[in-house]
Unconditional design. Structure first.
Lengths: 363, 539
């Protein structure tokens, strides 16, 4: 299964003076779920539309199953897109919307009927076929849009922020369903979103984009725990980004001086030298927070809580450590209560991640 | 009750509501009512027995069907070409489809008489043909060219408001070229096409300028009404004929406004996306290009003929260049001065009136405000001829006798045009959040102060748009003033009509050119000062 399916090679595209894509390259495996993640205007939607065949590249190549498809029209790519606004045809009912592609492609009537019936059942929207798009709920519209794509049995499914118009609760539910569905059908899926939580939850592979470039490609795990630079660390999840200077290196053990304290880092394959300026990335939930001042062992810092918010599953604290503010998440506060005043923070050396260089912009 | 007591606490607001209300009743409703009450019941009953009436009805219907079809079809092709294809000269086509909107409506017929008439430059002199354009076919051609721009304008808006993702989705699912057009683009535009057709049909039904100049013996309702008064002094007959114009016109208007308006598929998505169109197939591209090019030539010919006609001594027989006509409109043409001054006065008052009314209706709650809304929109449905005969019956005899005065012309121009400004104003007030006014009121400002200090500055653009549209329509109208004009208050369009019917093409062309110059200058100045935000002809 894990064979190369889509290859994008140095794709570039400009709209007038705006460079939407600047040499994007990525390889996508068959049956995988890949997400283009980034802030608005980063080029992720342009990338998706280019794969769909709505835009022509200025330079670079796109291959699907080894075939160069730069000049293949949209409908011959077998890559079907679900639009952010769903793009349901308002002049057709739900049934006609779903059957549209099959009809245009002259699939026999009987076959159309069967496939539509199977798809609506699959997506739980039976019985809506004779309604018009304006008469069904947002969630149902979303499923209809998905049904219209899936009924084509596409080789590649393209999803452009399909959950962004749904309310938070529904979004969580459909997110889980979508992942399950994709795994079951095994369709190579490319997803575009600016929601990092969605990307982490859904993907096999994430490509973080900024200003028309891919900044990092990796599994959700790598993107979260091993962000390549400050942009990725900051965009995906919450991160404490602490600048410092490497003072010692002993195999994989590194000591970093952060003004008023020293932090030990235990990370494999670190390529830093003593004297080098680095930025440490520490996730809020990896920090231990305790009220006893005595805990002054390895990697511990003294601080004062300045603010907190209670989020139910966790309490988020802002702790002043020297001149710096560190965010700490304490999960399951039910029997700990809310802390105040002086606290000690500690973090295990293998939970500190060193960003390869100093604050680096994406370009 | 609550509404009333609130009104009583603000005397200035109360006074404004009263003034606007009384003006609307007196200058819009009263003349309409008079058209129906002036003739006796017998006059109405005799309609089916009058052969001339029946012929006029039949001819009007025929022209509405023919000209509406072609004008809508031309308009759709133009709009589609401009918004959906990659033909060359698109911006030129766009400009050409706008020009006739700001020109006197009779201009096309007049100009085609000079080009294609019995003694026309192209027919008689270029090709040596002895054909006459007078009659229904000439009228059909003129109305098509005169009114397709309205359809273009409406449908351009409709085509542009179709969410691009819908067409992308269609392409992605396999529909290309004509299939995409047939299954997605056209069905989505269909309510817009219907709306455009209805709008055009109202204009064609009410058209007076083109038939009076080019239809010859082929009389339609509007021209027949004029002939009743002009030939027989039969005001009752004219009232009966023009009331027969009103009913279908009003019906179409209401259908267009309340039915088509609601069934439209216009979707406004927040995210304007870059649209890359599929290249149009070469034969479609060149067919559309050829079509638009030919129609554009027909439009340009109109202006060429008019301007050329102003500089030729005797069109059709004596082609010596002359400045005589141009000079004459400066030396002895009170009608041009009248046109200009009446239209300026009407434009300003109409804009003030309609913007104030739109403010009251959109921001204030008072008894009968729905009725005020309706009366303000109503004039858009009234054929000019109908409105003119209404004024002539209502205001040329006691108790209100304005016969032969400037006032009657100006008043008719004001109130015939309030709908355009009114709707522009409503649109503007919808866009300005009421919370601005609420904030001011919270800080202690009264109704009129809020209007003056907060909202008026924000609707300045709409005010200018309202002025320009009213001005241009006033300066170019013929049908409204044709019954109200005497030698003392004649305006240019009236004089032109008489000159054309007497065959004095040179001076008529010079006067029309002057009118065009005035209209385009005002438009150009407005574009310069207001720029892109200007919204003209909100329909």
């Amino acid at each position: 299964m894990s064979k190369l399916h889509i290859k994008i090679d140095k794709a570039s595209k400009s709209f007038g003076p705006v460079e939407a894509l600047k040499g994007v390259s990525i390889e996508i495996l068959r049956g995988s779920f890949t997400t283009f993640l980034g802030p608005s205007g980063c080029g992720k939607t342009t990338m998706l539309r280019t794969i769909a065949g709505f835009y022509n590249l200025d330079s670079g190549d796109i291959y699907i199953s080894g075939r160069l498809i730069n000049d293949v029209p949209s409908h011959q790519r077998n890559a079907i897109m679900v639009f952010q606004d769903y793009a349901l045809f308002p002049h057709m009912n739900i049934g006609a919307n779903i059957a549209y592609g099959l009809k245009i492609n002259k699939v026999p009537q009987e076959e159309i009927r069967k496939r539509v019936a199977r798809t609506v059942q699959y997506l739980g929207i039976e019985g809506l076929e004779s309604r018009s798009p304006g008469q069904i709920s947002g969630g149902q519209q979303q499923r209809t849009a998905l049904a219209r794509a899936l009924v084509m049995e596409p080789e590649v499914l393209l999803l452009d922020e399909p959950l962004s118009n749904l309310d938070a609760k529904l979004r969580m539910n459909i997110r889980a369903e979508l992942r399950q569905l994709q795994k079951r059908l095994g369709i190579t899926t490319i997803y575009v979103t600016h929601d990092q939580a969605e990307a982490l939850a859904l993907s096999d592979q994430i490509a973080v984009m900024s200003k028309g470039q891919v900044i990092q490609i990796g599994s959700p795990w790598d993107i979260y725990y091993k962000p390549k630079n400050m942009f990725v660390a900051d965009f995906v999840g919450t991160a404490n980004l602490v600048p410092g200077i490497v003072t010692e290196k002993n195999g994989r053990a590194v000591t970093v001086d952060i003004d008023d304290a020293k932090l030990r880092v235990d990370e494999p394959n670190l390529e830093v030298q003593p004297g080098e300026q680095v930025t440490l990335c520490i996730r809020p939930e990896t920090i231990q927070l305790s009220v006893s001042e005595a805990a002054g062992g390895q990697n511990s810092l003294q601080g004062i809580i300045t603010n907190h918010i209670f989020e139910g599953a966790l309490v988020r604290y802002w702790v002043e450590v020297g001149k710096r503010e560190i965010i700490v998440d304490v999960f399951d506060p039910s029997d700990k209560g809310i802390f105040t005043g002086k606290v000690t923070l500690s973090v295990h050396p293998n939970k500190v991640h060193v960003l390869s260089s100093l604050p680096q912009e994406s370009n | 009750m609550k509404e009333r007591s609130k009104l009583l606490r603000e005397p200035l607001l109360l006074a404004t509501v009263l003034v606007i209300g009384i003006c609307l009743i007196l200058f819009v409703l009263y003349p309409i009512v008079r058209v129906f009450t002036y003739p006796t019941l017998k006059d109405f009953v005799e309609v089916p027995r009058n052969i001339r009436y029946l012929r006029a009805i039949r001819n009007s219907l025929l022209m509405v069907v023919l000209s509406t079809s072609t004008a809508t079809f031309f308009g759709f092709l133009f709009a589609y070409t401009v918004t959906r294809t990659d033909v060359p000269l698109k911006s030129v086509f766009k400009l050409i489809s706008i020009l006739p909107l700001f020109s006197p409506p009779f201009m096309v017929a007049f100009s085609y008489l000079m080009m294609f008439g019995k003694n026309g430059l192209i027919t008689a002199h270029l090709f040596g043909l002895r054909v006459s354009i007078l009659g229904w076919h000439g009228l059909w051609l003129s109305e098509t060219i005169a009114f397709f721009p309205v359809a273009t304008m409406v449908m351009e808006g409709v085509l542009q408001s179709i969410a691009p993702s819908l067409e992308y989705a269609g392409r992605n699912l396999g529909a290309t070229g004509f299939t995409l057009f047939r299954t997605v683009t056209f069905p989505l535009a269909r309510p817009g096409v219907a709306g455009a057709a209805l709008l055009v049909s109202i204009l064609i039904l009410a058209d007076f300028g083109n038939p009076i100049m080019i239809a010859g013996d082929f009389s339609v309702l509007a021209t027949e009404a004029w002939l009743r008064v002009e030939g027989w002094g039969d005001v009752s007959g004219a009232a009966v004929l023009s009331s027969m114009l009103l009913l279908p016109s009003l019906a179409i208007f209401l259908i267009q406004r309340y039915w088509v308006g609601r069934s439209s598929y216009i979707t406004i998505t927040g995210k304007p996306s870059q649209v890359e169109r599929e290249p149009t197939k070469w034969f479609i591209r060149w067919s559309l290009f050829g079509f638009c090019f030919l129609v554009s030539v027909m439009v340009i010919l109109v202006y060429v003929a008019l301007v050329a006609g102003a500089f030729v001594r005797g069109w059709g027989f004596d082609w010596t260049p002359t400045l005589e006509y141009i000079r004459s409109i400066f030396s002895r043409s009170p009608e041009l001065i009248h046109s200009l001054s009446f239209a300026v006065a009407a434009g300003i008052i109409s804009a003030v009136f309609s913007i104030t009314a739109s403010y009251l209706v959109s921001r204030k709650r008072f008894p009968l405000h729905k009725l005020m809304d309706f009366i303000c929109i109503l004039p858009a449905a009234l054929p000019g001829i109908f409105f003119g005969i209404g004024y002539s019956i209502a205001f040329t005899r006691p108790p209100i006798d304005l016969y032969g005065t400037a006032a009657i012309i100006i008043l008719s121009m004001i109130f015939w045009n309030i709908s355009m400004g009114y709707q522009t104003g409503i649109g503007a007030f919808q866009q300005i959040s009421p919370s601005l006014g609420e904030a001011a009121s919270n800080l202690g400002a009264g109704s009129m102060k809020i209007f003056r200090q907060i909202e008026a500055p924000l609707v300045k653009t709409s005010f200018f748009s309202a002025f320009i549209v009213s001005f241009i329509r006033a300066v170019t109208t013929l049908s409204v003033i044709v019954f109200l004009t005497t030698s003392s208050n004649a305006v240019a369009t009236f004089t032109i009509m008489n000159l054309v019917s007497d065959g004095f093409y040179g001076k008529a062309a010079a006067l029309t050119t002057a009118l065009l110059l005035i209209a385009f200058t005002v438009l150009g100045l407005a574009k310069l000062f207001i720029g892109k935000r200007m919204e003209l002809f909100k329909i």
